[in-house]
Design a protein around this ligand. Structure first.
Ligand code: GLA
Length: 390
């Protein structure tokens, strides 16, 4: 009899064990999100056109797969508590939109909030976690971005774990993208709860600035990653927020630097621009295969800042096959002359002999680690290198 009770308890324990869908996001998710460009001015026509554009522009081929509708798609709840999409902006309903996105070979992401209301005052999922997760599953949603506005005194880890459990119970694998802005150090608990976690407040569309509610420019977000790279890895990624590439403020150099560093962090790459009419330059920056391969490298090791010398920083990232990626970034408004011995940086790794050095933006081999790397990095620009065993 005792054995039977233990057996029943064990089965119950293993069935009720809290878990996330482990097999998802083994590489950093890539896709597009409506917020940076459209904020609340989003509707189903734009989302469909974006899905078409992802295919037409080659973004899908390059690996961008999630089409994520951010805040403002939801308007209220019916008498049974079911979430209601805004009928003016999404007249065909979310399920139809998901089907459309799926028909393009893409995946669909949706947005909600762990508190009572979203950041734009729409209904949050607090108290409706299981019901909302069931609705998303029924619609065929593949990813949930889960925000942290209006949370009162809620415990962050418990709130996100509750949604993890709700998604698991709903039975459809969905990436859980924790958007808690780094307030409660999600890197310390996020790996067992979700697949990605925001590390900071929102990115703002500038290179070097902060605003009064905590929004951060590209450099400020990079600085916030220095201590936490070690928490990121396959299935559980630091998320330094969505890309501002193609949104008309950053210069080409700054956009390249932004893209390079997100790839160095193995960050989720979520485009935030209007890709229906982006320039060839923007497309080129977002889809450079060699840069994307560094982001998507199977080891998923986030870069380490090896050196900071005034406005020059050198970051490096071990890659699979004993290769390495390097970024030399120039934070200043002046060009910086470099003469760098890269061997010294990686001497603690099992490095024997010399490596080929390739400039991944110029797509040119520029020498070997036998010699110092020499040159000039323009203001706010980056030299991104891949070192490959000869
Ligand atoms: C928060 C998030 C943003 C975006 C907005 C939407 O600020 O951090 O990424 O989702 O809410 O209201």
């Amino acid at each position: 009899m005792r054995k039977l009770i233990v057996l029943v308890l064990c089965i119950w324990c293993s069935l009720s064990k809290a878990q996330k869908f482990e097999e998802l996001a083994k590489k950093p998710p890539m896709g597009w999100n409506s917020w940076n460009k459209f904020e609340c001015k989003i509707n189903e026509t734009i989302v469909k056109e974006i899905a078409d554009a992802l295919v037409k522009t080659g973004m899908k081929n390059a690996g961008y797969e999630y089409v994520i509708v951010d805040d403002c798609w939801q308007i209220g709840r019916d008498s049974l508590g079911n979430i209601i999409p805004d009928p003016e902006r999404f007249p065909s309903g979310i399920k139809n939109l998901v089907d459309y996105v799926h028909s393009k070979g893409l995946k669909f992401g949706i947005y909600s909030d762990a508190g009572t209301q979203t950041c734009q005052g729409r209904p949050g999922s607090r108290g409706y976690e299981f019901q909302d997760a069931r609705a998303y599953a029924k619609w065929g949603v593949d990813l949930l971005k889960y925000d942290w506005c209006n949370h009162g005194k809620q415990n962050a880890e418990a709130s996100y774990a509750l949604m993890r459990d709700a998604i698991y119970k709903a039975g459809r694998p969905m990436v859980l993208s924790i958007c808690e802005w780094g307030t409660n150090k999600p890197w310390e608990w996020g790996a067992s709860v979700g697949h990605t976690w925001r590390t900071t407040e929102d990115i703002i569309n500038c290179f070097d600035c902060k605003n009064n509610w905590g929004g951060l420019g590209v450099l400020q977000i990079i600085d916030a990653q220095v201590e936490i790279g070690g928490y990121s890895g396959p299935g559980h990624w630091n998320d330094p927020d969505m890309l501002e590439i193609g949104n008309g403020v950053l210069t080409t150099s700054e956009e390249r630097l932004h893209m390079s560093m997100w790839a160095m962090f193995s960050a989720p790459l979520i485009a935030g621009n209007d890709i229906r009419n982006m320039s060839a330059k923007t497309n080129e920056i977002l889809t450079n295969k060699e840069v994307l391969a560094i982001d998507q490298d199977s080891l998923g090791i986030s870069a380490t800042r090896w050196m900071k010398y005034a406005d020059l920083e050198i970051w490096f990232k071990p890659l699979s096959d004993n290769n390495f990626a390097f970024c030399l970034i120039n934070r200043s408004n002046q060009p910086i002359v470099i003469n760098q011995d890269l061997k010294a940086t990686i001497k603690n790794y099992k490095v024997d002999g010399s490596y080929k050095v390739r400039d991944v933006w110029k797509r040119q081999n520029i020498g070997t680690t036998t010699d110092n790397i020499k040159g000039t990095i323009a203001a706010h620009d980056v030299l991104m290198l891949k070192l490959t065993k000869k």
